[in-house]
Design a protein around this ligand. Structure first.
Ligand SMILES: NC(=O)c1ccc[n+]([C@@H]2O[C@H](COP(=O)([O-])OP(=O)(O)OC[C@H]3O[C@@H](n4cnc5c(N)ncnc54)[C@H](OP(=O)(O)O)[C@@H]3O)[C@@H](O)[C@H]2O)c1
Length: 250
């Protein structure tokens, strides 16, 4: 069987470099795969070094350019080091996808302050650190992109999700302010607010849900691809993604 060569229309991100956090599984893995197929070179981060290395190796086998390193996005020195080494590897940075995030579920009265601090550290401090370190590099490309993966909980309240919801409200608020701060520099800041997506996190948070009711990771990845390949899209403060037949919780 012969395949048609992948031309510029299929590979619009050729020559561009994307940094994706939480890239080893779930939504981040689908985003990485999709941006690689669109031609981007990848800087990939997650904490589990082995799982990340396995995924990076599988992408390289398919001919994609990938640099990876284990990273806890909440750790300031590690983020600084990751961005410095990653950008040096490919020589530039065109887009940052802040996808890494953790859940924290249960009644507020049962939460420990350590649980609260950890979800804030990963879901808010992490994207803040990544944005701060990447923006000087993104300013050198026009346009360039930041895509922050928030959640429907960034705009709605759900029982047993106070810490997680607070963290995603904070991420949305930070993103809205940042979008205006860096607009003149040609950096476009987008926020995705998906409902339930079929990943480990959704299984952990809502084991009662039918997987067929959940959004597929590829649908989120397609939305990211859309945003970073549209030079004309100015700023979408919030892009809400739900299945057409959304149940009431979505
Ligand atoms: N699934 C949903 O229903 C849903 C809906 C809306 C929004 N979201 C958001 O989408 C994002 C991805 O969620 P997911 O469902 O794909 O989750 P997931 O399946 O649990 O995957 C999370 C990814 O983030 C990485 N990660 C976790 N903590 C990290 C840290 N401190 N530093 C670096 N990497 C870290 C994980 O790898 P390691 O464990 O190896 O670090 C993994 O690669 C999150 O921000 C989540 O809040 C999810």
């Amino acid at each position: 069987m012969t395949f048609a060569p992948r031309g510029p229309a299929q590979r619009p991100l050729t020559g561009q470099v994307a940094l994706i956090t939480g890239a080893s599984r779930g939504i981040g893995r689908a985003i990485a795969d999709t941006l690689a197929c669109a031609g981007a070179s990848l800087l990939l981060a997650a904490r589990d070094a082995e799982r990340l290395a396995r995924f990076a190796a599988s992408l390289r086998t398919e001919g994609h350019a990938v640099w990876h390193h284990p990273l806890d996005v909440a750790d300031e020195e590690s983020v600084r080091d990751f961005v410095r080494k990653g950008v040096a590897h490919f020589g530039r940075l065109n887009m940052l996808v802040n996808n890494a995030g953790i859940g924290c579920f249960g009644p507020l009265t049962d939460l420990s302050s350590e649980q609260w601090d950890r979800v804030m550290a990963v879901n808010v401090r992490g994207p803040f650190l990544l944005c701060r370190e990447c923006i000087p590099h993104l300013r050198k490309q026009r346009p360039s992109f930041i895509v922050n993966i928030a959640s429907v909980v960034a705009v709605k309240g759900y029982p047993n999700q106070s810490a997680y919801g607070a963290s995603k409200h904070a991420l949305l608020g930070m993103s809205k302010a940042l979008a205006k701060e860096v607009h003149a520099d040609g950096i476009r800041v987008h926020v995705l607010c998906p409902g339930g997506v079929d990943t480990d996190m959704a299984t952990q948070a809502r084991p009662d849900l039918e997987r067929t009711d959940l959004i597929q990771t590829q649908e989120i990845a397609d939305a990211v691809r859309y945003l970073v390949t549209r030079r004309g899209v100015a700023v979408i403060d919030e892009l809400h993604l739900h299945r057409q037949s959304s149940p009431p919780w979505a």
